[in-house]
Design a protein around this ligand. Structure first.
Ligand code: B12
Length: 285
């Protein structure tokens, strides 16, 4: 294709009547295909813009990624009822809590970038993310899970305070009929095996944010976790934007919650002894 027939983000924004920031966000989220110039700028083929436009029309305004700015306004203005109503509205449109939480990824990333650009203060960032966490917890705890349901321990590694990914995991788990067992933030690997034994967990879900960008440290931690899980027959799921190794035997490396549904439902279908403990009707992906 001739480089001159490619469109810039601003030209696409004009065509779609959106802001260039939204266009870049759609591209980065993989919703709108783009190519990069040698200088790293995004360029768009007209047919990809056309396809995106048609998909948007078909799917209507249901794409969670399109209302990032509205989410951020409600979070920053500390509107708990609006946040809850947004969560339930998104659930009704997107069909699963996993999809809702994946749709919240761009909201959090935008909050992080606004903070890094100096547009949000640390206090505002804390307030916005606390409000979201509280909303997610409130929704999650409304879904009661029987004590004998399969369970997953949720944790982040030591020095990792980013727990929102775990709140996402909790919602996705409960919807599948799984019971979350919170170890939470900055959990040491020492003593983890004993805890997994006494709580008899079926899976270990570990979240790490982009802050966890030390490849070596992440690879070491992942190997230790894989060994602990393998010897106990526990499913290991490594999620979030951190630098987990991508090809570790004995671990599922996931970057979204919809994938978690697929992994856990797959485990049940694979008949690994959990099927009898999952409430009927809860296991389909
Ligand atoms: C909220 C937030 C905080 C909050 C966390 C509150 C909380 N309870 O979680 C607080 C204020 C505590 C915080 C602190 C810090 N933060 Co902070 N934070 C963020 C922010 C805005 C969102 C993090 C988040 O929840 N991401 C969740 C989603 C969006 O990201 P994700 O990891 O891609 O996960 C997706 C999937 O993988 C899936 N998923 C996640 N986990 C799991 C797990 C499983 C099992 C599965 C299946 C799926 C799954 O869910 C998501 C949606 O699909 C990010 C911005 C960003 N880009 O992430 C910065 C960010 C991560 N923070 C950053 C920084 C620098 C810090 C601090 C060092 C700031 C400081 N100077 O104190 C500290 C570090 C604290 C620590 N020791 O961990 C930087 C890291 C940059 C870097 N590469 O180092 C970021 C990227 C902001 C930025 N743009 O600069 N932070």
């Amino acid at each position: 294709m001739n480089a001159r027939s490619l469109l810039t983000s601003t030209q696409v924004a004009d065509l779609l009547q959106a802001s260039p920031t939204s266009v870049k966000r759609w591209a980065d989220a993989g919703l709108l295909r783009c190519v990069r110039t040698a200088g790293g700028h995004r360029r768009f083929r007209p047919e990809d813009v056309d396809l995106f436009q048609r998909q948007q029309r078909q799917e209507g305004p249901a794409q969670e990624t399109t209302d990032v700015d509205e989410w951020i306004v409600d979070l920053l203005l500390n509107r708990p009822y609006r946040v809850l109503s947004r969560l339930y509205d998104a659930r009704s449109r997107l069909g699963s809590w996993a999809a809702v939480c994946d749709g919240l990824g761009p909201v959090l990333r935008e909050i992080g970038e606004s903070w890094a650009r100096g547009e949000l203060t640390v206090v505002e960032e804390h307030m916005a993310t606390e409000l979201l966490t509280r909303g997610l917890t409130r929704v999650a705890e409304g879904q009661l899970i029987p004590d004998n349901a399969p369970s997953a321990m949720l944790m982040t590694l030591e020095q990792e305070d980013h727990t929102l990914g775990l709140s996402f995991v909790e919602l996705a788990l409960r919807e599948l009929g799984w019971r979350p067992v919170w170890a939470g933030r900055s959990t040491p690997i020492d003593g983890l095996g004993a805890a997994m034994d006494s709580y008899q967990v079926d899976a270990l879900c570990v979240s790490s944010s982009e802050y966890a960008n030390n490849d070596r440290r992440m690879a070491d931690a992942a190997a230790q976790l894989a060994a602990l899980c393998k010897s106990r027959g526990v499913i290991l799921v490594l999620g979030g934007g951190g630098a987990w190794p991508s090809d570790l035997a004995g671990a599922h490396r996931l970057t979204n919650l919809v994938g978690l549904r697929a992994v856990l439902a797959g485990q049940v279908l694979a008949g690994q002894g959990l099927a009898g403990r999952v409430p009927a009707g809860r296991v389909s992906a």
